[in-house]
Design a protein around this ligand. Structure first.
Ligand SMILES: Nc1nc2c(c(=O)[nH]1)N[C@H]1C(S)=C(S)[C@@H](COP(=O)(O)OP(=O)(O)OC[C@H]3O[C@@H](n4cnc5c(=O)[nH]c(N)nc54)[C@H](O)[C@@H]3O)O[C@H]1N2
Ligand SMILES: Nc1nc2c(c(=O)[nH]1)N[C@H]1C(S)=C(S)[C@@H](COP(=O)(O)OP(=O)(O)OC[C@H]3O[C@@H](n4cnc5c(=O)[nH]c(N)nc54)[C@H](O)[C@@H]3O)O[C@H]1N2
Ligand code: SF4
Ligand SMILES: [Mo]
Length: 741
């Protein structure tokens, strides 16, 4: 606790002070200005002086105050006690909690081996830097291959494609939104999400500027989204067919002699091979699958190829579908073949102050070095896809997972077939959650370890400054002092690492030297807070930026627009870009059979077993919602219900449904009851439900969320529907039907 914070911790007449901080809820990481009085937050506003977010703010930032004050937020460890079939939770000391956790995990490892202990790390892991700096110390000690994260319900295909094409999973070219003259967005809705793998706060103003300088914005989405509403053009597409459409764009580039890699030409291998594999994907024959007519496809391809700086960008709607890897690969190929990678107005790598690639803090990635036990799904970067997590817990045999650590995650609501996972978690020998809510997932834990919340810890964005549309550096001190005895995530990891090492080493009789080096690293690392590591990192980076400077500029230091660096970097390493990596080459014939041979439509049933019309389920995001966990803020959930099933009037009429009526939606794995919203903003045959809802499960303690429970889309999504190469979850185009009104 800093002295300034300690002085007036809880005094009612403490002076009102202004502090700079950030909102770490979504990838935009907007700069904020707080008015605080002691530990009380009085107001939260966007910071106009922030070089990236420029004063932008959304309703979720104001809800940081609600999170801070939330009486349901856990502030001390609790343990689950079951007596006479009744569950109750008891507050315990940190000391007791750590001992219980270490003993619980060590015992499973002793009895069943290290892979019996699984880890799931959720989305805020990358929004709260202490998890990145100190988490690996603990997780590494588990020596388990049973590692999972939200990556495999999200951006996994991007990492895989960047790993193959550019040699590093984080070498993801970012759209140069501020300079491009043609932007084509598929399966992303930055107006609601504020961008992803493209940190782009204030995106509405940025798109307005794009159009004002004569540029064009085009959106392809099965829904008319908030982003489509501000675009020049929007085209509805049939969910799950984007790969076929993108291949038809590449086809057109060759067919109309628009391939012009320019500065990239000397680096590209296999251009001709790409031409051959896309030959069957004529826009004329893809139109029946995608719903986008050939003339439009050809015109958009020409406009894209001829613009002075263009970029294709695809996000969640593409990554989480059956052909997600092909989609993300095709996008890179289009950007490369039109000479738009590593140039202003196209897509560029960023130059963050702490570069996770250059510093080797993040590995380049590896794929399919081992596979999951039950289904044989491939690992990526040391993690298995979370679609297989439940079956690995439920299927008996050698290697069955019997213990779980969740951190920053709510997989019961966020991974496919959530009910099955619920069941699997119930059967575990031991579970611990590092989380400040008793929610749908953590209710299964034996012990919950609650860290501080966002405004109570300092922040430097190690991840999203890597993905931002402008280079900046920004360090923020905690806005308010944490509660007495509260621990940050990094402190929890440090303590777990220390105690677990002691417990396991006495067991495994590690060699003296191994013990000493281990103790030394943990001792040094663990005793240094993240900000000390940042200071050391900045020093080593030798980019002329010091921690002192960051402290002096809490609103952020502008490091300028994105600049070309990818080509130079590849040349320096003697690396070329293979446009047709092996896994892609092997998968393409399946796509050809499915789309170009023309019988995709014949393969999918059009009615359910009960004779109901099959609809294709997709997701959506709302600006007032943040994945599964900000629903305990009254100001975010009040007003009209947001967890509604969008359906086209033609589908509603066919089944005699009225707007607002509650229906039962069913899929192979389950059912939910939700109100329908009849709207022409969705393609016929498609329905849309947001994710992160379903707070009506027993035994949780989030009173506001429970009162606005909604239903979980992941009680419908299917753990067996996965992306064909990476086994990322396939959330788009899940077959569902309306069972009964
Ligand atoms: N059908 C469908 N499913 C989806 C998606 C979709 O579009 N459709 N989207 C997917 C995507 S992109 C993602 S990223 C995932 C997200 O899914 P998850 O990562 O599994 O979960 P979140 O909903 O982000 O929940 C975050 C949890 O972390 C806790 N938490 C918040 N901040 C902190 C912190 O600083 N420290 C700790 N220790 N805990 C904290 C919260 O209380 C909450 O329990 O959902 C995925 N699921
Ligand atoms: N307000 C808010 N902001 C968020 C989040 C949040 O929960 N709420 N979550 C954050 C997280 S974790 C992430 S990963 C990002 C995600 O950021 P985005 O990807 O921008 O977010 P989504 O709104 O999920 O956008 C996916 C779009 O894909 C469309 N879609 C679905 N299926 C298909 C398809 O088959 N083809 C095409 N072309 N489109 C399809 C959907 O209609 C939707 O508009 O958002 C982040 N920001
Ligand atoms: S867009 Fe909203 S939720 Fe995202 S960082 Fe900015 S204020 Fe926070
Ligand atoms: Mo995400």
């Amino acid at each position: 606790m800093s002295n300034a914070h300690a002085a007036h911790a809880s005094s009612p007449d403490a002076p009102v002070e202004t502090r700079h901080g950030v909102c770490n809820l979504c990838e935009a990481i907007c700069g904020l200005t707080f008015q605080v009085q002691g530990k009380r937050i009085i107001s939260i506003k966007g910071n106009d002086a922030d070089p990236l977010s420029r004063g932008h703010i959304c309703p979720k930032a104001v809800a940081l105050k609600d999170l801070h004050e939330d009486p349901d937020r856990l502030r001390q460890p609790i343990k689950r006690i079951v007596e006479n079939g009744q569950t109750r939770w008891q507050t315990i000391t940190w000391d007791e909690a750590f001992d219980l956790v270490v003993e619980g995990l060590a015992r499973v490892r002793e009895q069943h081996g290290s892979n019996a202990v699984a880890v799931y790390q959720g989305n805020p892991s990358v929004h709260n830097w202490g998890n990145i700096t100190h988490g690996p110390m603990f997780f590494g000690q588990l020596k388990t291959r049973s590692r999972f994260s939200a990556t495999s319900v999200d951006q996994l295909p991007h990492h895989l494609v960047s790993h193959w094409l550019y040699g590093h999973q984080l070498a993801i070219p970012i759209p140069d939104v501020d300079h491009t003259r043609f932007m084509l967005i598929l399966g992303g809705n930055p107006l609601a999400s504020n961008g992803s793998l493209m940190t782009v706060p204030d995106v509405r103003a940025r798109f307005t500027a794009l159009r004002q300088r004569g540029g064009k914005l085009v959106v392809i989405d099965p829904r008319r989204t908030e982003t489509a509403a501000v675009a020049d053009e929007h085209h509805f597409i049939d969910p799950g067919t984007d790969a076929a459409w993108l291949l038809s764009v590449i086809h057109t580039l060759f067919d109309e002699e628009l391939v012009q890699p320019k500065h990239l030409e000397p680096l590209l291998d296999n251009i001709k091979a790409v031409r051959d594999v896309v030959a069957p994907f004529r826009p004329e024959s893809m139109a029946a699958h995608t719903g986008i007519d050939a003339a439009t496809t050809r015109r958009l391809t020409r406009e894209l190829a001829q613009a002075d700086g263009a970029v294709v960008y695809g996000r969640m709607g593409l990554s989480t579908q059956a052909h997600g890897v092909i989609c993300q690969w095709a996008i890179q190929v289009i950007n490369l073949l039109t000479g738009n990678v590593d140039r202003e107005g196209g897509a560029l790598l960023t130059s963050p102050a702490i570069d996770l690639i250059q510093t080797k803090l993040m590995s380049a990635g590896h794929f399919d070095v081992w596979r999951s036990r039950v289904r044989g799904a491939p690992e990526f970067g040391g993690e298995l896809p979370v679609s297989v997590m439940a079956e690995e817990m439920l299927t008996p045999g050698k290697g069955q997972m019997r213990a779980l650590i969740t951190s920053c995650g709510n997989p019961v609501l966020s991974t496919p077939n959530g009910r099955q996972l619920d069941e699997a978690l119930r059967g575990l020998d031991f579970m611990v959650s590092i989380d400040f809510y008793l929610n749908e997932t953590t209710r299964h834990a034996n012990v919950i370890l609650p860290p501080t919340c966002g405004v109570e810890h300092d922040h430097y964005d190690l991840v999203f400054l890597h993905l931002a549309v402008r280079n900046i550096a920004r360090y923020s001190e905690a806005v308010v002092a944490p509660g007495d005895g509260a621990l940050h995530d990094w402190q929890i990891y440090t303590e777990l690492a220390k105690r677990y090492a002691r417990r396991i080493w006495s067991l495994e009789r590690a060699g003296t030297r191994q013990r000493l080096t281990g103790m030394l690293t943990r001792g040094i690392m663990g005793s240094l807070p993240p900000k000390r590591l940042l200071a050391i990192g900045l020093n080593r980076a030798k980019k002329g930026l010091s921690f002192k400077q960051l402290l002096a500029h809490p609103q952020g230091v502008d490091l300028g627009p994105l600049r070309p660096s990818l080509v130079a970097g590849l040349q320096k390493r003697g690396r070329r870009i293979d446009l047709l990596p092996l896994s892609i080459r092997q998968e393409l014939p399946n796509l050809t059979a499915l789309f170009a041979a023309g019988d995709a439509a014949n393969q999918t049933p059009t009615t359910s077993a009960g004779g109901r019309p099959i609809l294709k389920l997709i997701g959506r995001r709302d600006v007032r919602s943040n994945n599964s966990w900000m629903h305990n803020s009254e100001r975010l959930v009040s007003g009209k219900p947001r967890c509604t099933l969008w359906i086209h009037p033609s589908d509603a009429n066919a089944q005699h449904l009225q707007d607002g009526q509650t229906v039962t939606v069913a899929s192979r794995v389950g059912q939910v009851r939700v109100p329908v919203h009849v709207t022409e903003d969705i393609r016929p045959g498609v329905v849309s439900l947001p994710h992160g809802w379903g707070h009506d499960r027993a035994g949780i303690d989030m009173k506001v969320a429970q009162a606005h429970a909604g239903a979980s889309i992941n009680d419908l999504t299917d753990d067996r529907l996965t992306e064909r190469i990476s086994a990322n979850a396939a959330f788009s185009a899940v077959p569902v039907w309306i069972e009964a009104a």
